[in-house]
Write a protein that binds this ligand. Structure first.
Ligand code: ZN
Ligand code: ZN
Length: 60
């Protein structure tokens, strides 16, 4: 079920932080992946839970 575009993307969406349960709180996590909508989001670390939907691969 891992149909990510490349290894880098796959690694990014699979990062699990031991300190921050919520990825939006973690400065090391850059990308969220929404399985339901098959959407990638770039996390904006502004203290909230905003993300920008990305429709392209930033590492490609
Ligand atoms: Zn990619
Ligand atoms: Zn963290």
């Amino acid at each position: 079920m891992n149909n990510h575009c490349c290894e880098t993307m796959k690694d990014q969406v699979n990062i699990k932080c031991k300190i921050h349960a919520n990825p939006f709180d973690c400065p090391d996590i850059l990308i969220t992946y929404d399985k339901k909508f098959d959407e990638y989001g770039l996390i904006i670390h502004d203290g909230g839970s905003s993300s920008i939907e990305i429709t392209y691969c930033p590492w490609f």
